[in-house]
Design a protein around this ligand. Structure first.
Ligand code: ZN
Length: 412
């Protein structure tokens, strides 16, 4: 008994020793998750610390680019957050002081300027207000949010912003021009990313009027849990020539790349099928044909289901295509507005025609196995900004309502 107690005590002591240092080490330095508008200059002003000190504490971050949204940044232990808004004054500080109803001299002293009458350098200054987090936002932006802090390949990523009236705004993520929609005071930027996008930090660039472009990278992390599928094509499937596939694809991209005007949906998207056996292929599944390399991936979600099962509109929109295609068989494409299109393929029959306005849950066709298909199933795809994205992730994330809220529209 005594021996056992000694052993337990020894074990506890040992465990305590092993666990203590690791926890203590991680807790000493404060960290923040980088948000939109956390430029080096903004962080330096907000935490009253030299930019050089921030670079030294974060040696793995490139000092020549802004800190990437969604990454962790280490702060000095002495960091004390300041509150206020950042402005980039043109000329001297007088106009800024008048605009924000504060004394020009206190503004100059607070921002290490010798006099409010001297021209201020083109860098942000802090106008203290006691509550706001200083952010370095594009000119004329009063709020900027992202749909997710860390992007995921194969998903849509968007920003929503509150802006001053009469701004001309364009946005680019990496090398892709985003779809941008505005109703005056609110702004939405949308971007699709493919399943091969990988782990990277593309730059989000926002251009307002003729101002210098605002830039900040955004962290994308590959989930690395993609399905891998080896497919063997024989008979008719093997004979389908690449030219027919390319021609059909090119024709559909002419539809998908159109910027289709205001949002046509007003409620969360739903699954386009109620009764199915299983999801037989997920979006992004890497595909090898007849033993070749995994060069392509599955561009939609496959629902295995009995032939004749009703296929439903996932949200309201306008039918822009309803016909039999060579590869996709009996196909319906719905335009939901804001450059968002959903497609339904391999159906046995069609229940809608081009120009029809469909309601959520309305029957648009029946499950079949027409076109390049080896059995009854529904292939559902969803495109944002002309790029295929994972429709299941779109539903899980609630991007549909997040976008509407950003345009000040209800989603119910
Ligand atoms: Zn499919």
């Amino acid at each position: 008994m005594k021996q056992r107690l000694t052993f337990v005590l020894l074990l506890l002591l040992l465990m305590g020793r092993m666990m203590q240092p690791a926890v203590a080490q991680n807790d000493t330095q404060p960290r923040i998750l980088v948000q939109p508008g956390d430029s080096w200059a903004a962080l330096s002003i907000r935490f009253q610390v030299d930019e050089a000190a921030l670079h030294e504490l974060n040696p793995r971050m490139n000092p020549l680019r802004q800190p990437a949204i969604g990454t962790e940044l280490i702060l000095p232990e002495t960091a004390v957050p300041q509150f206020g808004i950042l402005v980039r004054p043109k000329g001297n500080l007088l106009k800024t002081a008048v605009q924000h109803q504060t004394s020009p001299w206190s503004l100059a002293i607070r921002n290490d300027q010798s006099s409010p009458y001297r021209p201020a350098p083109y860098q942000p200054i802090l106008v203290p207000d006691g509550t706001s987090t200083p952010q370095d936002l594009p000119v004329g932006f009063t709020k900027l949010e992202l749909s997710q802090m860390v992007g995921v390949p194969g998903q849509a990523v968007g920003f929503r912003a509150e802006i001053e009236p009469d701004l001309t705004v364009t946005a680019v993520l990496g090398d892709n021009e985003m779809d941008v929609f505005s109703n005056g005071r609110y702004l939405i930027g949308l971007n699709g990313t493919g399943a091969f996008f990988g782990t990277q930090q593309p730059t989000l660039q926002i251009q307002v009027n003729n101002e210098p472009p605002w830039e900040q990278p955004l962290q994308f992390r590959d989930p690395a849990n993609w399905d891998y599928q080896e497919l063997t094509l024989t008979g008719t499937a093997a004979q389908i020539d690449q030219q027919s596939i390319d021609e059909e694809r090119a024709r559909l991209f002419e539809i998908w790349q159109q910027n289709s005007g205001p949002a046509q949906w007003h409620a969360p998207f739903q699954l386009p099928i109620n009764n199915y056996l299983e999801i037989s292929s997920t979006f992004g599944a890497r595909r090898s044909y007849n033993g070749g390399p995994y060069r392509t991936y599955h561009e939609g979600v496959d629902f295995a289901a009995y032939g004749g099962t009703p296929v439903l509109a996932p949200a309201s929109g306008t039918v822009v295509l309803a016909e039999k295609l060579f590869v996709r068989g009996n196909a319906v494409i719905i335009d939901h507005g804001l450059g968002i299109y959903s497609g339904f393929y391999h159906m046995s029959s069609l229940a809608v025609a081009p120009g029809d306005v469909v309601m959520p849950g309305q029957i648009i066709g029946e499950v079949g196995t027409t076109g390049l298909s080896t059995g009854n199933h529904l292939h559902w795809d969803l495109l944002v900004d002309g790029i295929w994205i994972d429709a299941q992730a779109w539903l899980d994330q609630g991007m549909d309502c997040w976008i509407l809220a950003g345009l000040d529209q209800p989603c119910n």
